[in-house]
Structures are given as C-alpha cells and as structure tokens.
Design a protein around this ligand. Sequence first.
Ligand code: AMP
Length: 302
Amino acid sequence: MSLLVVGSVAFDGIESPYGKVDKTIGGAATYFAVAASYFTHVNLVGIVGDDFSEKDAEIFRGRHIDTDGLERATGKSFFWAGRYSENLNERVTLTTELNVFAEFKPKLPEKYKKSKYAFLANIAPDLQRDVLHQVKERPKLVALDTMNYWIERTNSELKETLKHIDILVINDSETRELSNEHNLLRAAKHIFKLGPSTLVVKRGEYGAMLVDKRGVFCVPAFPLEEPHDPTGAGDSFAGGFMGYLAGARQKNDGALRRAMVYGSVMGSFTVEKFGLDRLRHLKRSEIHARARHFSKLTQFKL
Ligand code: AMP
C-alpha cells in the first residue's frame, strides 16, 4: 500500500556531546521515508538543490522509495543546524536556511495521486495542503507533523490545513503551544476541535502518547545506555507509525497501538548513531526483535 510523504530533504549540521558533523544528509522526509520503507512502499515529494549529488541520493536506493517526486532545482538544498545539551534533552536551532525550499511548488507525479496513506511532514502548512489537494481520492489516512516555526509564523494557514487531516503527530511543547493548554489531555480536546480525530504526542525520552475518542495509549522510549544523536527521531517515529499502518492496511485500535510501538522502535534506532547511520543499515529481523522487546518491557500481571 503506498504512502505519500512530503517534507524536507536536507543537509544537517549536528553538535551533540558525542560528536559533531558539519554536513550530513537529513530532513524530515528523509528520516520518515527511510523508516517507513521497512514496512511499505513510499512516494517521496520534496526538493533538493544541485549540491545534492547522486551519491547523496543513494540513501533512497535499494529501498521501497520512489523518488520521481523529488525535484532538483538550481541552488542550495535546505540546510538546518542544531546543538544538543549535555543530557540530549534540549536542542537549539543554530541555522535554518530554506534555500530551494523557499520557492518550492510541489507537483505530484501522476502515479502518486492514488496514494492511500499520506504524511505531511514538517513544512509550510500551505504546501502540506497543496499536496493533499493534488491526491485524487481522499487517502484513507492523513497524518501531519509541524513545529513551533510554523505554529508561530503561519498559524492561520496551519489551522486551515488541520481541518483536512486525521492524525496530528507532534511533540509535547508543540502540543502545548498549538492548544494553549499545558495539560496534554486538555490539549488533545482542544486539538480535536481543530480537525484531527487522533493526537500522537512525541515525548522524547519519555516515549509517546496516543489520544483519540477511545482513550489514551502510551509507549515508553526504548531504554538506551548510549544515545548519540536525537535528530530525526520524531520523523523516524512517524515513519514507523505510518509505515506500519499502511503495510498492515488497518487503522483499528489494535493496529494503532502496534503502530505506536513500531514508531518508538524506529525512533530508538535513529538516536543510537549520528544522522541516518543506524536507521539506514537495519535488518527487518532487528526491527521485529526490538518490537518484541517492547512487549516484554511493558507486560505485567495484576
Ligand atoms: P526532528 O529531530 O525529528 O525534529 O527532525 C529533524 C530534521 O528536521 C532535520 O533533519 C532537519 O533537516 C529538519 N528540519 C528542521 N527544521 C525544519 C523546518 N523548519 N522545516 C522542515 N524541516 C526542518
């Protein structure tokens, strides 16, 4: 079942207590697509500049990722740089250069227009809506991520886009900022009035929480002794979550719970090494083994 994703394909500069890289492949759509491709076929929509080489594009090769929707433009690719605190829990953005993204007008290849699942990764809300409108039949499931950058700069455009989606996948501080509610359950009630019927809150080392009309489901983050770089963990979570749902062709309560576990599994692999170094070299057996480990982690008898 094909899963459409639109979002940033970028170069990142990352500083963490475990090391520093000046320029590595990143971007929300990149992490999402690589994570999701372990579960389903992915249709990628994005833009890169002429500094993005054939060698860079190898990240997408040999996987179930269609890159016909990845436009190449003259100029520089999106660039983002960030620095993590000693405990990796806080991150400051040092640079955001939109570059070719500033003029991006997404155009879906014909074959993408039948995608049954869609993920609108963290980009300008107008672009997210534009991509969704190009899909011919309304997909079975549409999820969206955003961040403080868009909540603050393009709030009314974001609210318009939210009317058209099913699942909002954001982190805890963004949830609070968007809803003006500190309590996450009250925030969920507020967000349901904006359009989405399901809220998934990514909570870093505290795991993730899903809220819908049936109630609440929580997964922990996988306990790691030596996390190295949290960049892209949220997008990898979303890739595992949506990839699982598209691959399973289900969206009932049981499937959503398993999707939360696979999301957490993919996020945990990403933080083990810098950039995409761990995520890109996974075996399916490692993914399923870690999912079984999650089951052990959370089982108890009363
Ligand atoms: P995450 O750690 O899950 O928040 O995602 C980090 C990725 O998001 C990095 O690889 C960045 O290239 C990308 N990113 C950072 N800021 C933005 C932005 N304003 N719009 C789109 N992508 C971004």
